[in-house]
Design a protein around this ligand. Structure first.
Ligand code: NAP
Length: 431
């Protein structure tokens, strides 16, 4: 009797879990269920459009879907089309790989003003996520403030300051490219509440800030230490030193004569977003870092801007009945409850790169295999019946290939593809 597994979410952590299950459980069948008609989660909707090469990881996941043992059940939402109870009853184990699709809050006054967006929304908007197609972000002023100094903050700032020509090797959506190009943007301010050494960004991403066609990056040399000192949690050798060297290079540049500026400011923690109905400015408080923590100094300053984008982390939104513990699904090493497991950002929080998920998902699958004494639940057949009964238009992997071909054919401006931005548009290609 074959073992039947459901993986909810077809992003990297879910696909690595599928690979691990195939390796460890002989004769298993896996249904990868995703609410989107297009698979690969973060790779499609999160990775920056100008980091197109990074999306090549999807090729390895695509090969998994070519196997008879693995099915893609796209356009199927848990909580709407199927319940967790139905999954648990019909699959030997359910692996949740639902990511973190909700923006963390700053918790400061003014956060509800028009013109404030979370990176999840903003990135989703330029990356064709159907949930954010109609975000229509306010980009009508010369100033944008980005909160956070991780790689997501750098992704957002790059997309804002790059020209159309610089975005050729990308898959940015036409609606976003047009809006960004038309915006009267002059100053992008990137604010970190801690210092250059504590910043979450990585050298490759930071180095991209050195030279833009129309944008000069600005760093205040006075905010940079002479050398990296001390130890940091999760530190990878040399990363902090490389970051510091790049920041020094930016700080030491003769100011290029370019119409747009990207200011990277450290030791600045947002305390209020100002405006009457709509953002006019952001108020920040100077900090100093003591024992690794940002400590407020009481000195505040205001920066004019019409848009604020927070890139300060995400939290998960599990299906009904699955417990949340702060920003992740409540779990112990990936075990949630009897026959339910969690992997990826919904397990450990929004950290790490795509390959980080390989060993992480494998470790959870090892526990799963250890836990489940016998297999034999019915799996896909019963689920197919339920979906048919409920008139759900399931998008399988061949369907997705048809959608993808249309997206490649629709490409403009030398882009790799023009992704559909609405679920109805994707389904229309099939029907
Ligand atoms: P991140 O590196 O953790 O950065 C989050 C930033 O938000 C930090 O600077 C953090 O400051 C700040 N922050 C959090 N709460 C705040 C608050 N209340 N006020 C002000 N600032 C606040 O995470 P991320 O940029 O969201 O990226 C998520 C993960 O994806 C990371 O592992 C990242 O490397 C990865 N990623 C990788 C790539 C790539 O490889 N190219 C691209 C995008 C994302 P503190 O440090 O002081 O908390």
């Amino acid at each position: 009797m074959s073992a039947n597994f459901a993986i909810v979410g077809s992003g990297p952590s879910g696909m690595y879990a599928a690979g691990a299950l195939l390796d460890m459980v002989p004769d298993c069948r896996i249904d990868v269920i995703d609410r989107m008609p297009a698979p690969f989660g973060l790779i499609r909707f999160g990775v920056a459009p100008d980091h197109y090469k990074m999306k090549n990881t999807a090729r390895q996941f695509a090969r998994t879907f070519e196997l008879d043992a693995v099915r893609y059940l796209g356009n199927v939402e848990i909580g709407r089309d199927l319940s967790m109870i139905e999954l648990r009853q019909n699959y030997d184990a359910v692996v949740l790989a639902i990511g973190s699709y909700n923006d963390a809050n700053l918790g400061i006054p003014g956060e509800d003003l028009a013109g404030v967006y979370g990176a999840c929304e903003f990135v989703g908007w330029y990356n064709a996520h159907p949930d954010y197609r109609d975000l229509d972000p306010c980009l009508d002023g010369p100033g944008v403030a980005i909160i956070g100094i991780g790689n997501v903050a750098l992704d957002v700032s790059r997309v804002l300051v790059k020209t159309r020509a610089e975005m050729t090797d990308s898959d940015i959506c036409a609606h976003a490219m047009d809006a960004i190009e038309a915006a009267p943007l002059k100053d992008v301010h990137i604010f970190g509440r801690r210092g250059p050494v504590e910043a979450g960004f990585t050298p490759k991403e930071l180095a991209e800030m050195i030279d833009f066609e129309q944008c000069a990056s600005i760093v205040d040399a006075a905010q940079l230490p002479a050398a990296v000192e001390g130890e940091f949690e999760g530190r990878i050798k040399g990363v902090k030193e490389k970051n510091l060297a790049i920041l020094k290079e930016i700080a030491g540049q003769d100011m290029p004569d370019k119409p747009v500026r990207a200011h990277v400011q450290f030791y600045a923690s947002p305390v209020e977003i100002l405006g009457d109905g709509k953002v006019d400015a952001i108020r920040l408080e100077r900090t100093e870092v003591i024992d690794g923590r940002a400590v407020a100094t009481g000195e505040t300053f205001d920066v004019a801007c019409s848009t604020v984008i927070t890139a300060i982390g995400y939290y998960s939104d599990p299906p009904e009945g699955v417990p949340l513990d702060r920003n992740v699904i409540d779990n112990k090493d990936g075990r949630v409850e009897d026959n339910v497991y969690v992997v990826g950002w919904s397990k450990r929080g929004p950290s790490g790169t795509i390959p980080t998920n390989g060993p992480d998902s494998k470790a959870v699958v090892e526990l799963l295999v250890e836990d489940i004494a016998e297999f034999g639940k019915p799996g896909g057949d019963v689920i197919d019946g339920l979906l048919k009964e409920r008139n759900v238009r399931v998008v399988n992997y061949d369907d997705f290939k048809t959608i993808n071909e249309a997206e490649v054919a629709n490409a403009i401006d030398g882009h790799h593809q023009e992704k559909f931005t609405r679920i109805a548009e994707m389904l229309a290609v099939l029907d």
